[in-house]
Design a protein. Structure first.
Length: 277
């Protein structure tokens, strides 16, 4: 079976098809293959060919499971739970009671209304995100989506008019080949796929990576880096800004500032992971 699939992928004719009209068969094989790739059978076949392993330690996992972490690694995958800061979403470790403002948000204002995240940005999640973001390995996405569904069972669900992924500068997009924030939007909010707009907010200034910069440097680095294309699309709309990781919040805060200047009614932030610094 795998040999035939590989031959189909290479557009080779398996021996069983020898002697049939060539051109017609090539077209039919391609159509059949495309149809097959769209079915549920394809991921099932991949599971047989490439068994699932833990995203944290690569231990082989038994059968199909929603969250690809072994029991040991799963203990360190920490879903963010209340109580947390009402604005920036920073969790209060070991605390009980109501959500309230953290010491940073008591003194500083954000342009977004609320920032929320699914998990803490710590191992083993860190590695899975880096593999996805920097190596283009998409096999962790199903796990990210499953963890997000789990998170929403305990937290209110956002109801935005528009979902906007934090944009990459065109040069970075060409280097990477994809915008990780857009991929996450589609995977984490499949029921809102018609509300996702990856073009209305543009990163028109190429900035140096935020990694390694402190909070003030990060703010300066992204200042005026974004612009809105078609302000009428964001005017009076409730916007959910999506990114992979919330670190200092400098990037999403600058995006929110840019969107509010185009008269968005409200900007909230949703990231898959949250660094606790
Ligand atoms: Zn593991
Ligand atoms: Zn806060």
């Amino acid at each position: 079976m795998p040999t035939i699939i590989i031959m189909f992928l290479l557009n080779e004719r398996p021996p069983a098809l020898e002697g049939r009209p060539f051109i017609k068969e090539r077209i039919n094989i391609r159509d059949t293959m495309n149809n097959f790739l769209r079915t549920e059978l394809w991921p099932a076949l991949l599971d047989i060919l490439f068994p699932l392993s833990c995203l944290g330690c690569s231990t082989g996992l038994q059968g199909r499971q929603e969250i690809a972490y072994c029991p040991s690694c799963l203990q360190d995958v920490r879903l963010l739970r209340e109580p947390f800061c009402t604005t920036c979403g920073k969790p209060f470790d070991g605390a009980a009671g109501e959500n309230h403002l953290c010491s940073y948000c008591l003194k500083n204002a954000w342009n977004f209304k609320e920032a929320r995240a699914v998990v803490r940005y710590q191992p083993p999640v860190t590695e899975a995100i880096k593999m996805f973001k920097y190596q283009g390995k998409m096999h962790g996405l199903a796990t990210f989506a499953a963890l997000t569904r789990q998170y929403f069972r305990h937290q209110p669900h956002p109801q935005p008019d528009l979902i906007i992924p934090v944009p990459l500068h065109v040069k970075r997009l060409r280097q990477r080949g994809f915008n990780q924030a857009l991929v996450l939007c589609k995977k984490l909010f499949p029921y809102y796929k018609n509300n996702i707009d990856a073009h209305v907010l543009e990163r028109h200034i190429g900035t140096q990576p935020q990694t390694g910069l402190n909070s003030a440097e990060r703010c300066r680095n992204v200042r005026n880096a974004f612009m809105v294309r078609g302000p009428e699309k964001v005017k009076n709309r409730r916007i959910l800004l999506v990114d992979d990781v919330f670190t200092t919040g400098a990037t999403v805060n600058e995006c929110a500032r840019t969107l509010l200047r185009s008269q968005a009614s409200e900007v909230n932030v949703f990231t898959f992971a949250r660094a606790i610094i």
